[in-house]
Write a protein that binds this ligand. Structure first.
Ligand SMILES: N[C@@H](CCC(=O)N[C@@H](CS)C(=O)NCC(=O)O)C(=O)O
Length: 213
């Protein structure tokens, strides 16, 4: 059981999928937080001050000060998501009922490993100057995996059942990033889910946490 939070959680980040997912989770959990935007292009994640928080020089990072505990500095967006979910009790990740919980894990990791990972790898290859067709092949793989998610929302309102969970958060940032490449006419249930989630106040605020551009 966490003690009283002494200050808003500092969230160091930028307008990237990893950071936006954390901001959306914090919004959805209703936890007080303060976004600290770093300009990655200007190397603000490489300053001595930031490297003291995360020697890897990567965002997101949270700093949480809870009464009676050592200051918590946490890196790795997915570890942070589960920390936030735990602090939010049952809201973001089902704790009761093994079946509900394992389905939420299944869908959460589906998006991380089958959609976000190949898409991220394609981005990295392009950024490193690769000119062959491998980034395109990875993007295609990610898009195919994303369209499979139509079946997740065919019989339920959200990605892992009838409540909004971390699986929806994993899905929404990548769906937003590739929105214009999706053939929505083939994916009516995914479109219904996408529109509903993008209109959610916590999601709107989370997307805006590090500015709109
Ligand atoms: N596995 C880490 C990846 C963190 C990561 O790669 N962050 C990127 C932004 S999304 C970053 O800080 N890039 C700056 C750099 O690598 O120099 C996580 O999930 O938090």
């Amino acid at each position: 059981m966490l003690g009283e939070r002494l200050a808003p959680i500092d969230l160091y980040g930028a307008r990237t999928g990893n950071c936006l997912r954390v901001a959306i989770a914090l919004e959805e959990a209703g936890l007080p937080y303060r976004p600290v935007r770093l300009d990655l292009r200007r190397g603000e994640h490489r300053t001595a001050e930031f490297l003291a928080l995360n020697p890897d020089g990567k965002v997101p990072v949270i700093v949480d000060r809870v009464d009676g505990d050592e200051v918590l500095v946490l890196t790795q967006s997915n570890a942070i998501l589960f920390y936030v979910a735990e602090a939010a009790s049952e809201t973001l990740f089902p704790v009761g009922g093994t079946r509900r919980r394992v389905v939420a894990y299944e869908r959460f990791f589906y998006f991380l490993t089958d959609v976000i990972a190949p898409s991220h790898a394609a981005f990295q290859l392009r950024a490193s100057g690769v000119k062959d067709s491998s980034p395109q092949a990875l993007d295609l793989r990610a898009m195919k995996a994303l369209s499979v998610a139509e079946r997740f929302v065919k019989t339920s309102e959200f990605i892992a059942g009838e409540t909004f969970t971390l699986a929806d958060i994993a899905a929404i940032t990548i769906a937003f990033a590739v929105e214009r490449h999706i053939d929505w006419s083939e994916l009516p249930q995914l479109r219904r889910w996408y529109q509903a989630v993008m209109a959610r106040p916590s999601v709107i605020r989370g997307f805006a946490a590090f500015g709109t551009r």
